[in-house]
Unconditional design. Structure first.
Length: 428
């Protein structure tokens, strides 16, 4: 397309048909006699163009061009029309730079700015979420000093309990979960009593079950089943009883009720476990087939409570509980849950709202426990007699010499001998 404006080479037009029109055009428009297209004017030769150029180059100031006035004068040309206006850069030819458009800001800077903004937003949300969840924990004055309390040893010791609290459950949920009405639960009871030791020297964590029927001395109440301490004085008396019986100082406490367990399991989409045999327990409402099953919150609660189908009853139930806790915490800390806000947030809020902890426990410490429970060594306290006849019924008697060695090794972060580690094997 021709970029020169139409008529730029013409002077004021003359009236057509007037005398001298052609001569006037020749005088004012030197290009009128130039060849157009493929035609050549009469007498044209290429040497004439060369001679004209040479004459203009050799003529200087005051030296008239040998060519005619009609061909010597050449009108000034207008600037080329363009949509892009080029401007010399501040450091043009005189400064050693180059001409061109103003340089654009590199795209990577915009990308980095966007990423920085996203990171800032994520940090703000994470900080808000942390303090919100930390505030949802129910704190209680559980771990207190008393005369004769064991001295602190190596590592950390956690007392973990699963109580039969129906807090947060409706009557309809109680019937569906086979927990029984609130009036049937006299006081508080703990079907699950676990001791978690996290060594300070990098050794594997150890998760120990303390049978609920363990026959121990309850401060101020004499010899009784350890579960009675929870009923008589709640977590505070239970913690004192466990410390006296084991010789370990308990630094942290965590307890969860029926409703909290159900909510957490449902929030993460269930927990898959594989059973070597089918199991049917009318007391807990559990009906499972042989093979793998994704346990919902209701099924999980029934599974960790069931014991009538097992030969060793409570002892096997404790092994099942340890295996379930490992499976649950493995699911909770998996990338598919932790980095999925639609799973992580309901699970975190459900757990935080259902947990009871001591005054010194915070959310980051609970996260440490969650990772420690993914793959700990598991065992039951050494037992001497699983059917000890007492004035409070059948109880569990610890093997005192082996138990003392067991807890002393934990207190000093000494690796446990294999003879004191029973492990966990799934039954059902």
């Amino acid at each position: 397309m021709n970029e020169w404006p139409a008529g730029w080479y013409r002077d004021e037009p003359t009236q057509p048909g007037t005398a001298g029109n052609q001569a006037g055009r020749a005088a004012s428009e030197p290009t009128v006699n130039l060849p157009s297209g493929g035609s050549k004017p009469a007498g044209y030769s290429p040497s004439s163009d060369v001679e004209g150029v040479t004459a203009r180059m050799t003529s200087g100031p005051g030296k008239p061009d040998s060519r005619s006035a009609a061909t010597q004068a050449w009108p000034s040309q207008p600037p080329r029309q363009s949509s892009r206006v080029y401007q010399p850069s501040p450091t043009g030819p005189s400064g050693g730079g180059t001409f061109g458009l103003r340089p654009r800001r590199p795209r990577w800077r915009m990308i980095l700015a966007l990423l920085a903004a996203l990171v800032a937003v994520a940090l703000i949300l994470a900080t808000f979420g942390y303090f919100y969840l930390d505030s949802k924990l129910t704190r209680s004055n559980i771990l207190v000093d008393y005369s004769g309390r064991p001295a602190a040893g190596s590592g950390q010791n956690w007392l973990i309990t699963g109580s039969d609290s129906r807090q947060g459950l409706t009557r309809r949920q109680e019937r569906r979960l086979h927990t029984g009405p609130l009036s049937a639960a006299a006081g508080q009871r703990s079907d699950t009593i676990l001791l978690l030791h996290i060594p300070a020297n990098g050794n594997p964590p150890v998760l120990v079950s303390l049978p609920r029927d363990s026959y121990v001395d309850i401060p101020g109440n004499g010899m009784n089943k350890i579960n009675a301490a929870f009923d008589l004085g709640g977590p505070k008396l239970l913690a004192e009883t466990v410390q006296n019986a084991t010789g370990l100082q308990i630094e942290h406490y965590m307890g969860i009720g029926f409703g909290g367990l159900v909510n957490v399991v449902d929030a993460v989409g269930g927990v898959t476990m594989c059973f070597p045999h089918s199991i049917r327990d009318s007391a807990s409402g559990l009906h499972l087939r042989k093979g793998c099953d994704n346990l919902s919150g209701a099924k999980a609660l029934a599974f960790v409570r069931t014991r009538h189908e097992f030969l060793t009853q409570d002892l096997q139930r404790e092994e099942n509980q340890r295996l379930f806790i490992k499976a649950l915490l493995t699911k909770v800390t998996s990338p598919g849950v932790m980095f999925n806000p639609f799973s992580a947030w309901p699970a975190a809020t459900g757990a935080a709202g259902s947990l009871t902890v001591d005054q010194g426990t915070h959310l980051y410490q609970l996260m440490q426990v969650a990772f420690a429970l993914k793959n700990p060594e598991t065992t039951t306290v050494p037992i001497g007699n699983a059917n000890l006849l007492t004035n409070v019924g059948d109880a569990v008697q610890w093997d005192r010499p082996r138990a003392l060695r067991f807890f002393n090794d934990l207190n000093t972060d000494t690796p446990l001998p294999k003879s004191l580690v029973t492990g966990s094997k799934l039954q059902g």
